[in-house]
Design a protein around this ligand. Structure first.
Ligand code: GLC
Length: 435
């Protein structure tokens, strides 16, 4: 991995856990952010949501505080999604929050809230735009007018679109102070790399924001990493890979097998944008374990919320994130700054590691003593429960005698007996190895 990427992503790799926020006009039809494309709506049809948009409860501080309570270290908001509607006060369009009933630069309020609460600030920006007259329509893979023959012979000036898109990115990187992260979305087919004039775009962004971390979707998407995983990442390769709704089986490595930064982006239910009939939420236990899985494979997890039309994060998301936060408040040390362990994945859970400390994430109640696979009794300095700092009892007994090279622990007095795990979501043992 190139040195610059390594330097830049240091805080990001330590942070491990972030919040994604998908919010825009699509919170009104409430069936996800692709509704305009899925229903093949014209700009005029979709415009009713612009007229209606009135997020009376918008208070980004409550969003950011929730992220913080969940143990998240950074927050990324959709400054503009594919529908082209800007939450920010772009001078290049009228299609923006300031011209709705909201009457506010919603991005400004958001970045202020993040900084006030001490979280890193990120903005998502769609390089696709279904509202701009010079974006390809008929025959495009996903444009709402892809099947509308009226656009068949339409002449567009794609360069004019690129000027607009670059201009908006410039607004974002110059008007909102220091940004920690930029999340471009996304490339497809031949709409990739230089088609977006990505070299110029990146040079401009880096000129104003030399340290900002950028995703890989000026070139890639959820279905390909782009050149970041190759021997020679291009200038617009981005700083991290962005697997979507999947945890890569073995993390993400470059061609030489060296781990590179990556971030799983995942929804809490099955939609990014607010969906009022999708109650298929992942449980706090599952989310804790998926976060641990990402960390154990050297990656981050950015978990999405989709606030409703009034600006409220759905009740289910709030409750689940608070539960995740309870676990994080006791066990964050096993997440922040941690990564891939030298030891193989144990069958009862996972290991994460930071230097000489192994964190054993135990999911499954052992029958009798728990073998700490890969760790011999001689290597052990001390073991404590991360949640309360108390000592974990050693588990060697007459019936472990056959397995002398493995250290054992017990969750109760007598290692021959079985005891329930103190935290059935994930009981974390902090294992200090001898130097
Ligand atoms: C996708 C979708 C999008 C979402 C994004 C998040 O590529 O187009 O709606 O914002 O993934 O990763």
């Amino acid at each position: 991995m190139n040195r610059e990427i390594k330097e830049r992503t240091k805080w990001f790799m330590d942070a491990r856990f972030g919040m994604f926020i998908h919010w825009g006009l699509y919170s009104i039809p409430a069936c996800g952010e692709w509704v305009m494309s899925q229903k093949e709506m014209t700009i005029e049809e979709y415009r009713k949501y612009f007229e209606q948009f009135d997020p009376v409860d918008y208070d980004p501080k409550t969003w950011v505080r929730l992220a913080k309570e969940a143990g998240m270290k950074y927050v990324v908001l959709t400054a503009k999604h594919h529908d082209g509607f800007c939450l920010f006060d772009s001078k290049l369009t009228d299609y923006k929050a300031t011209n709705t009933k909201a009457g506010l630069d919603l991005v400004r309020e958001f970045v202020d809230a993040c900084r006030e609460e001490g979280l890193k600030v990120g903005l998502y920006f769609s390089i696709i735009d279904w509202h701009h007259p010079d974006f390809p329509k008929y025959g495009d893979r996903q444009h709402p007018m892809r099947n509308n023959a009226a656009y068949k012979d339409e002449k567009i000036d794609f360069d004019r679109y690129l000027d607009y898109m670059h201009g908006q990115v410039k607004e974002l990187v110059t008007n909102y102070g220091k940004l920690d992260l930029l999340w471009f979305d996304f490339s497809y087919d031949d709409m990739t790399g230089e088609k977006w004039k990505a070299t110029d775009l990146i040079k401009m962004v880096r000129h104003y924001q030399p340290d900002v971390i950028i995703d890989n979707r000026l070139e890639g998407a959820g279905d390909n990493h782009g050149s970041i995983a190759t021997e020679h990442p291009l200038i617009y390769s981005g700083d991290f890979a962005s697997p979507e709704q999947i945890i890569p089986p073995k993390g993400v490595c470059d061609v030489n097998g060296e781990p590179i930064p990556w971030e799983l982006c995942a929804t809490m239910n099955n939609h990014w944008g607010y969906c009022n009939f999708d109650h298929q939420y992942k449980t706090p236990e599952m989310l804790v374990r998926k976060l641990v899985e990402c960390v154990s494979k050297g990656g981050n997890m950015i978990l999405n919320v989709g606030p409703d039309a009034k600006g409220n994060i759905p009740r289910e998301s709030v409750e689940i994130l608070r539960e995740v936060g309870k676990w994080m408040s006791k066990n964050k040390e096993s997440i922040y700054g941690c990564g891939i362990s030298n030891f193989e994945k144990p069958d009862w859970g996972r290991y994460t590691q930071k230097d000489n400390v192994i964190y054993a994430h135990v999911y499954e109640t052992p029958l009798g003593a728990l073998p700490l696979y890969g760790i011999s009794p001689e290597q052990l300095a001390e073991i404590t429960y991360l949640a309360d700092g108390s000592e974990v009892k050693r588990g060697e007994a007459w019936n472990t005698a056959l397995y002398k090279d493995v250290a054992f622990v017990s969750f109760g007095e007598d290692p021959v007996f079985t005891y329930p795990l103190p935290d059935e979501r994930d009981t974390v043992l902090k294992i200090q190895l001898k130097n």
